[in-house]
Write a protein that binds this ligand. Structure first.
Ligand code: HEM
Length: 524
C-alpha cells in the first residue's frame, strides 16, 4: 500500500515536471524572436526526426518546403537555416575578431563533455588562443616548404599503394574508399611525424592473410583501430554538438554515446604515446644535429631553445606548447585532413567515371603538363598548372560538398536576411543548397567543370573550404594532394565502377562504398 502511494507520488512529480517542461518549451517557441517558417518542433527532440533521414543529415528537405530563409530545432536549440549566397555574404567576410567568428556557444554542454570546447581550432571560442593556434597552423601547413615535402610524400604513398594493387592483379575488386583512406592517412602521418604509419601495408596484410608483407617496428601499433578512432572523433564533433544530453543518455542510445567516448579517449591516449616518443627522439638528438622538420617536431620545439619554426610564435605567445595543446592540434590535423581528402577523392572518381568527356579532357591536360610517362615524378609548380583538374575538383565539391553544412553564431546582435538577431543565434549555412541554387548556377545538377574555365569568378561561389577567417588552413595541402592523386591515378589506370557510390552525411559527407576495378591503360 505504502509502495503504491510512493510510486503514485513519483509519477505525479514526473507528470508535473513534464507539463512544466513542455509548457516552457512551447512558451519559448511561440515567443521566439523573428518567427520564420519551418517545421513544428516536438519537445525533447525538436525536428531531429525530420532533418535526419536514414542516418543522413538533410537540411535540404527543410529548404525545399520552407524556402531560403527558414528555421528548425534540434531539442530546444533553434537553428536559422541560410540557403542562398546573398544570405551568407556577411558571415563569410574575413573580419578580424568579427561577430561571426565562432561556430558554437561558450556553454555547449556536449562539446564540453567530450573535451572539444575552447581547445585547438575548430571549437575554440577564445579568440587570442585560437589566433595563436591558427597562426601556427597556417604558417606550417600553408608554407611552400611543407607542401613541397608533402608532394614527395604523396608520390611515395601512391607508389606503395600501386605495389599492392599490382600484386592483386587486374581482375580484383578494390574497395577504393578503404584504400584511399589509408593512402591519405600514410601521407599525412609521415608529413606530420616523419614516421611511417604503415596503414596501407597493414590493410594489404589484412586482405592477404597468407602473403604478409613484413613490416618494421612502427610508432603506430594498430593503424586500423587508429583510423576507426579518427572516424569516431570526427563524428563526435557533430554528435556531441547537436544531440541533446537527454537524448544521448536514453537507454539504447547511451551505449552508443559511451562507444564514441571510448574511441575518442583511445585516440587521445595513442596520440599521447606518439608525442612522448617524439619528445624522446628530440631529446636524444645531439644539440649540434639538425632536428627533423615535421609538423610534430615544430609543435614540440616552438618557443624552446631548439625551436625549428624560426619563431612562428609572436611576442604575445612566447611559451612552449604543453603536451595537451600539441595533442589537440595533432588530433585536428588527423581529423580534418584524412577523411576530407579521401572522401573528396571517392566522389571525384564517381563523377569522372560517370562523365567520360570531362574525364578525357582532364587526362589530356594531365598528359600535356606532366608528360606521357605515367611514372615520371612531378613538382608543386607542375601541379599548379593543372587548371582543368582544379576545375574538376571544384565542380565535384560544388555538387557533393564534403562539409555540406557550416555553423556560425554571432557574438553581438546582427542583421541577416533583413531581420535583427540577438547575440548567440545559431546560423546554419546549407552549402549543399547554396552551391546548387538555381538562381546562380545554370543547370545546377549537371557535372560541368567547364563552368569554372568559362567563368573563373564562379570559383568564389564554391565553399569547398568554407570562408572568412576560419577558412580551412589545410586548403593548399588538400588541393595539392587531390590534384596529385587524380594525376597519378588517371594517367596510368582505367577505372571501372562496379556499382553506385554509397554514402551518407554525418559530420561530413562520407563515401561508405565505392567498388572499382583498376586496369593499366592500354596506350601505356
Ligand atoms: C579536401 C579536403 C578538405 C576539405 C574539403 C576541408 C574543408 C574544410 C571546411 C569547409 C572547413 C570549415 C571552414 C569554415 O568554417 O568556414 C575546414 C576547417 C578546417 N580544416 Fe579543412 N578541409 C580539407 C582538408 C584539410 C586538411 C588537409 C587539414 C589539415 C591538415 C585541414 C584542417 C582544418 C582545420 C584545422 C579547420 C578549422 C579551422 C578553424 O576553425 O580555424 N583541412 N576545412
Amino acid at each position: 500500500m505504502e509502495t503504491t502511494k510512493f510510486s503514485y507520488e513519483i509519477l505525479k512529480i514526473f507528470l508535473v515536471a513534464l507539463i512544466v517542461y513542455i509548457s516552457y518549451y512551447y512558451y519559448k517557441y511561440f515567443t521566439r524572436e523573428n518567427p520564420l517558417s519551418g517545421p513544428f518542433p516536438l519537445p525533447f527532440i525538436g525536428n531531429i526526426h525530420q532533418v535526419f533521414k536514414n542516418s543522413t543529415f538533410e537540411p535540404k528537405i527543410i529548404q525545399a518546403k520552407y524556402g531560403d530563409l527558414c528555421e528548425f530545432y534540434v531539442g530546444s536549440q533553434r537553428f536559422i537555416l541560410l540557403n542562398n549566397d546573398d544570405l551568407i555574404q556577411k558571415i563569410m567576410k574575413p573580419t578580424i575578431n568579427g561577430p561571426f567568428h565562432n561556430r558554437v556557444n561558450d556553454d555547449n554542454e556536449g562539446l564540453k563533455e567530450i573535451g572539444l570546447l575552447n581547445t585547438g581550432l575548430v571549437f575554440n571560442n577564445d579568440y587570442d588562443n585560437w589566433q595563436y593556434h591558427r597562426k601556427f597552423f597556417s604558417k606550417v601547413i600553408m608554407s611552400p616548404p611543407f607542401i613541397k615535402q608533402s608532394v614527395i610524400a604523396v608520390q611515395n604513398s601512391f607508389l606503395e599503394m600501386e605495389k599492392y594493387w599490382e600484386k592483386f592483379g587486374e581482375n580484383t575488386v578494390f574497395e577504393f574508399n578503404h584504400w584511399i583512406t589509408r593512402y591519405f592517412f600514410d601521407t599525412i602521418f609521415i608529413t606530420t611525424t616523419s614516421k611511417p604509419a604503415y596503414a596501407l601495408a597493414n590493410y594489404y596484410n589484412k586482405l592477404t592473410p597468407n602473403e604478409k608483407s613484413t613490416l618494421p617496428e612502427s610508432i603506430l601499433k594498430e593503424s586500423s583501430t587508429f583510423i576507426e578512432s579518427v572516424d569516431a572523433f570526427v563524428y563526435s564533433m557533430l554528435y556531441f554538438f547537436i544531440v541533446p544530453r537527454i537524448v544521448r543518455n536514453l537507454p539504447g542510445i547511451k551505449r552508443y554515446t559511451q562507444y564514441i567516448k571510448d574511441r575518442v579517449s583511445w585516440l587521445r591516449n595513442n596520440v599521447d604515446n606518439i608525442i612522448k616518443s617524439k619528445r624522446e627522439e628530440i631529446s636524444k638528438t645531439p644539440i649540434d644535429q639538425k632536428l627533423k622538420s615535421d609538423m610534430l617536431t615544430m609543435f614540440l620545439t616552438v618557443n624552446t631553445e631548439r625551436d625549428i619554426t624560426e619563431r612562428i610564435a609572436d611576442d604575445l605567445h612566447d611559451k612552449p606548447m604543453s603536451d595537451k595543446v600539441v595533442q589537440e592540434n595533432f588530433m585536428e590535423v588527423l581529423s580534418a585532413g584524412i577523411d576530407t581528402s579521401s572522401n573528396s577523392m571517392c566522389f571525384l572518381v564517381d563523377f569522372l567515371e560517370n562523365n567520360p568527356k570531362a574525364k578525357q579532357r582532364m587526362i589530356e591536360e594531365i598528359e600535356r603538363i606532366l608528360g606521357k610517362d605515367p611514372n615520371s615524378s612531378f613538382t608543386l609548380e607542375d601541379l599548379s598548372k593543372l587548371e582543368y583538374v582544379e576545375a574538376t575538383i571544384k565542380e565535384a565539391s560544388r555538387l557533393r560538398a564534403i562539409a555540406p553544412t557550416l555553423f556560425k553564431k554571432n557574438s553581438v546582435p546582427e542583421v541577416i536576411g533583413g531581420y535583427k538577431w540577438s547575440k548567440d543565434t545559431y546560423f546554419m549555412m546549407s552549402i549543399d543548397k547554396i552551391q546548387n541554387h538555381e538562381s546562380y548556377w545554370k543547370d545546377p545538377e549537371t557535372f560541368n567543370p567547364d563552368r569554372f574555365m568559362d567563368n573563373p569568378e564562379s570559383k568564389n561561389k564554391v565553399y569547398m573550404f568554407g570562408g572568412g577567417l576560419r577558412k580551412c588552413p589545410g586548403r593548399n595541402l588538400a588541393m595539392m594532394e587531390l590534384k596529385a592523386t587524380l594525376a597519378m591515378l588517371y594517367r596510368k589506370y582505367d577505372v571501372e565502377l562496379l556499382g553506385p557510390l554509397k554514402g551518407h552525411v554525418g559530420a561530413s559527407r562520407k563515401c561508405d562504398e565505392l567498388k572499382v576495378k583498376l586496369r593499366k591503360r592500354k596506350n601505356f
